[in-house]
Design a protein around this ligand. Structure first.
Ligand SMILES: Nc1ncnc2c1ncn2[C@@H]1O[C@H](COP(=O)(O)OP(=O)(O)OP(=O)(O)O)[C@@H](O)[C@H]1O
Ligand SMILES: [Mg+2]
Length: 316
């Protein structure tokens, strides 16, 4: 019997979001923002918080600085029911932060990576791979230490009988260096979005990208925003439309919420179609409230949104 259902392995940072800004930033000038939110950021943290809210026993392995942003990140995960006993605290750098300048539909962001770029396989206590059923990794292009050791981490997980999922997320330097031929056979569920998949495989269209990855994947599910998702396996394909939300509050973290929904069912041994349906639903639920975790405050709230907004009865 393993102690955790899911181990989220990856980056942690604070998001400082400035809203209602009086114009665009200009060098040498000062502007006012009318509203500010300081909150838990990072794709892997949103995944961890939301899959914990869906009932999975979740732990986080990540590196934070010994500073107030580190404490903010830690306590925010704890509030969501995520086990933080495996977090690594260091003096080597500050906890990373993203400053988000929010302008309605669009955002300008600047990230200081800090500790998120420093953790590598050597920092991680290997025992944790025997204490969890599943490991989820995201945002590899923000974490050079994890990216460099990715094949080693995935191989080690496989040896320990742990299933894995990977969402690469965007590459800020846009090099898209990704050895999919060697990485994907080690990943149980690969979960990119459509645009990222094209760039990761240097493909011009989705058909070409799918043909390239097919020999190497176990299961791949491609996220397609309001078009839903596409499940690909060596001998199967399932295109599933979204639970369309016509009153989107924002789509921040929809992809991470999809991952949380899909993996919450995968670890219970549900069929891949059921996992995909649940992923589409939790992606849609994400869009009904502000930020990446706003809709996932409690099981009761999630059940209520599924029923009232999308006419779905779910058991969690
Ligand atoms: N407007 C919407 N209505 C309903 N469902 C949506 C909507 N937008 C997204 N979704 C659901 O959420 C899933 C994930 O969204 P998306 O494809 O935007 O992921 P992503 O690009 O990885 O997002 P992120 O920016 O969080 O990384 C989609 O596959 C879909 O099922
Ligand atoms: Mg994404």
């Amino acid at each position: 019997m393993r102690e955790f259902d899911v181990l989220a392995l990856g980056e942690l940072n604070a998001d400082l979001i400035l809203n209602k800004i009086d114009g665009e930033p200009e060098i040498g000038k000062e502007k006012f923002a009318e509203d500010m939110i300081l909150t838990l950021g990072s794709s892997t943290a949103i995944f961890a918080a939301n899959i914990a809210s869906l009932g999975a026993r979740t732990a986080f392995v990540g590196m934070i600085g010994r500073d107030s942003f580190g404490q903010l990140v830690k306590s925010s995960l704890q509030v969501k029911g995520v086990d933080t006993s495996l977090l690594i605290e260091t003096n080597k750098a500050a906890t990373g932060a993203t400053i988000v300048l929010n302008y309605n539909e669009d955002r300008a962001m600047v990230t200081y990576q800090g500790t998120m770029d420093m953790m590598s396989f050597a920092d991680i206590n290997k025992d944790v791979f025997n204490r969890t059923k599943h490991v989820h990794i995201s945002s590899i292009f923000l974490q050079s230490g994890i990216k460099k050791d990715l094949i080693e981490i995935l191989s080690f997980a496989q040896k320990c009988g742990v299933t894995t999922s990977l969402d690469t997320q965007w590459d800020p330097v846009e090099k898209w260096d990704f050895d999919y031929q060697h990485i994907l056979p080690l990943v149980s569920v690969f979960i990119p979005n459509e645009k990222e998949l094209l760039l990761l495989t240097a493909s011009e269209n989705l058909e070409e990208a799918i043909e390239k990855i097919k020999p190497y994947i176990n299961t791949c599910v491609i996220k397609r925003g309001s078009k839903g998702s596409l499940l690909i396996q060596k001998d199967a394909k399932n295109d599933m439309p979204a639970f369309l939300n016509t009153e989107v509050v924002d789509a921040i973290g929809a992809g991470d919420s999809f991952n949380a929904g899909f993996i919450s069912q995968f670890i219970q041994g549900k069929s891949f179609i059921e996992c995909q349906r649940f992923g589409n639903l939790t992606g849609a639920i994400n869009t009904t409230a502000a930020g990446g975790t706003g809709a996932f405050t409690s099981k009761e709230n999630i059940i209520q949104i599924a029923k009232e907004k999308f006419n779905q009865n779910i058991k969690i």
